[in-house]
Ligand binder design. Structure first.
Ligand code: WTA
Length: 644
């Protein structure tokens, strides 16, 4: 970690930057008025009575206000000259493409909303989406929002099991999928996965199938419909349903410390206001911005930064369907060149992958349209930051390293070229956004000293905050608001340096970040023990130079199951099947025992030390109840196994 700032041409002359400091202090001194002004930038059907109501964890934003997210993202622009502006440049993996103007988006959103309404969807009903990165995905999300029907998007790389669990909990009435998806030239059979999942989801009355490939699929009479057939009866206009500010806009599942993923519920008003504001500050959105976020819409980054924030501004988006390096390693740079992308937002894992491929790829294309580069999802190492800055931004573009979470709804800590630039330090997310009272604290809740590691917390509610965990308000309270009374606990470790810059160190809980994807150790462990040959399993994230972390499993086989290469492959395949390809373990060690505390808790820290070859430290201080001898024995055994 370097606390030196690099000498960058866009450095502010003032430090700390004057404008940022002024706006930031005012936002906290007069928080409600600050957000009141921000909320007025959107079009509401009814103004709120109160900016903020209730106490955290159950704070409510813009109470009494009514709006509609699809109206804000579509109708609002269709009423202006922007109706002829490009909303979406879409690029398919095989090389096909499509361009939608804001008036096209308006027309399609209305028709899709009519399709959903004809299938009985009304305000409050849940709709599940399991789709690849095709234009129908954002359009269906907007169509749901138009009806006030919360959507739940399930990343199309999840397995039938993972899909079924999410659909079952939300009791979605309609599920939308495609007959297939392109990935690296192969065609994935999404509809088959849906058919398998739906054997356990009685709530689903209808399935809409978008035709994306030539794959033949099963069609269940009376349940499955091709989208194109349903569109024949669609009305051209569906009135946007005015919803209360606190009406849920969506439920998005994410991993936590238990085996069961959490359905994060976001409000309509607070979420849209927050994302509209931060998008301007972080990406300096202007009328001629061409914005490309490479995330999948199935994650929160895509929800906020592909769909709701950019469209609420009437920005021009690029959406790309396929893999970053397919069919050649310069595919992304070719797309930036083709669409003259000005703002580009991606993950540290992708940057590290391209770094390994070398400078040739980006050199082949004209990247001079770029003005701002961003990263998200995991810490970026200074080396990757500098490579990105030099080779993609050509030492001209600021990098916005944005820290946030599914739960926070939008970006919380980041440089702000759209407000005021502060000197950048590669690897630091710099300072909190206006209205965000972030701090790094010790176990007792007191702020840490400069350079000291602590927990990242947020001291006050903000409009983008989650409202609850779906069907589990108690877990919501416990997970986020009880470690430190009336502070939001992020579960991340961080440091504030001498100059007040924030550095994010990674998760303080048992959550892994594999290539930026969030997976719970407990979730992976329960997938492993679901295999008949596995008695017990412990999962850790082992540091990896490209993916940030990789999945490493220590597993105890049952009697009659011999550790072997074949068994390793079988277990990998099993976990892919239970969760999905993103959860493929890279290393599996078979062991005869696992280090545990007396109360039976697996000591993953010891396993991590074994896997990384680092010192396990003083065991007596690790866990009070631990039997030190037992742990040491297990450790030696594991070390032997790991070496062999
Ligand atoms: C991590 C993704 C370092 C962090 C939007 C957080 C980051 C988790 C950064 C949330 C960043 C996100 N630097 N770490 N710029 N951004 N993280 O819910 O550990 O998929 O808690 O949301 O990603 O992951 P999630």
């Amino acid at each position: 970690m370097s606390s030196e700032s690099t000498s960058l041409p866009f450095e502010s002359k003032y430090w700390p930057s004057k404008r940022y400091s002024d706006v930031y202090s005012r936002s906290l001194e007069d928080m409600e008025n600050f957000w009141d002004e921000e909320a007025r930038k959107l079009e509401w059907f009814r103004c709120w009575d109160k900016v903020l109501d209730g106490e955290p964890p159950f704070s409510r934003w813009f109470v009494g206000g009514q709006l509609n997210a699809s109206y804000q993202c579509v109708d609002f622009h269709d009423k202006t000259w922007r109706r002829n502006k490009v909303a979406l440049y879409w690029e398919g993996e095989p090389g096909d493409s499509n361009t939608l103007s804001y008036s096209d988006l308006y027309r399609e959103t209305n028709k899709f909303a009519s399709v959903l309404r004809n299938l009985g969807i009304r305000k409050g009903d849940r709709v599940a989406l399991y789709l690849p990165m095709i234009p129908e995905l954002p359009i269906f999300m907007l169509a749901c929002a138009r009806l006030g029907a919360p959507h739940t998007v399930i990343f199309s790389g999840f397995s039938a099991r993972a899909l079924a669990d999410r659909v079952k909990e939300t009791e979605a009435k309609v599920l939308i999928t495609s007959n297939g998806a392109f990935r690296r030239g192969k065609v994935l059979r999404l509809k088959d996965t849906v058919d398998e999942a739906l054997t356990e989801c009685p709530s689903v009355e209808s399935v809409i199938v978008v035709k994306r490939t030539d794959l033949e699929v099963n069609c269940k009479e009376g349940r499955d419909y091709w989208l194109k057939d349903l569109l024949k009866d669609a009305e051209p206009y569906v009135k946007p349903e005015p919803v209360e500010s606190t009406h849920p806009i969506y439920i998005l599942y994410t991993s936590g410390t238990t085996g069961k993923p959490k359905g994060i519920v976001h409000s309509t008003g607070g979420y849209i206001v927050y994302n509209h504001s931060v998008f301007k500050w972080v990406f300096d959105i202007r009328e001629d911005t061409v914005y490309w976020c490479t995330a999948d819409v199935g994650w929160v980054t895509g929800h906020s930064n592909i769909v709701y924030a950019p469209l609420s501004h009437g920005a021009t988006l690029v959406v790309y369907e396929g893999a970053p390096d397919y069919p050649s390693i310069d595919r992304w740079w070719q797309i930036i060149d083709k669409f003259r992308v000005t703002a580009f937002y991606t993950s540290p894992t992708a940057i590290r992958m391209f770094m390994r491929y070398g400078e040739e790829g980006p050199k082949r294309h004209d990247l001079s349209s770029l003005k701002i580069l961003g990263t998200v999802g995991e810490p970026i190492n200074p080396e990757a930051w500098i490579w990105y800055y030099k080779n993609i931004g050509k030492s001209r573009c600021p990098i916005v390293d944005t820290w946030w979470q599914t739960e926070t709804g939008g970006i919380m800590i980041s440089p702000l070229p759209g407000l005021d630039m502060v000197p950048l330090k590669p690897g630091s997310v710099t300072f909190p956004l206006p209205g965000i009272d972030a701090e790094v604290v010790k176990d007792n809740g007191e702020p840490t000293s400069p350079g000291e590691r602590g927990y990242l917390i947020i001291r006050r509610p903000w409009p983008g905050m989650l409202m609850t965990i779906y069907k589990d308000p108690e877990r919501y309270k416990q997970t986020y608001w009880s470690k430190f009374p009336s502070m939001y606990f992020t579960s991340d470790y961080a440091i504030k340096d001498q100059e007040g810059y924030f550095w994010i160190l990674g998760r303080a809980d048992e959550v892994l970040k594999i290539a930026g994807h969030r997976l719970g150790a407990a979730e992976l462990e329960s997938a492993a023990v679901a295999h008949p040959g596995i008695a017990e399993a412990a999962v850790i994230g082992k540091p990896d130079p490209i993916k940030g972390e990789i999945i490493t499993i220590f597993a105890i086989p049952r009697q009659n199951y011999e550790p072997s290469e074949k068994f390793v492959e079988e277990l990998k395949e099993h976990i892919r099947k239970v969760i999905g390809p993103i959860a493929t373990p890279e290393e599996i060690y078979f062991v005869t025992s696992l280090p545990k505390t007396r109360s039976g808790k697996i000591m993953r820290r010891v396993l991590k030390a074994v896997a990384t070859g680092s010192s396990i430290g003083d065991l007596s201080t690790l866990e009070d109840e631990a039997s030190v001898e037992e742990v040491k024995r297990a450790y030696e055994e594991l070390k032997k196994m790991a070496k062999s």
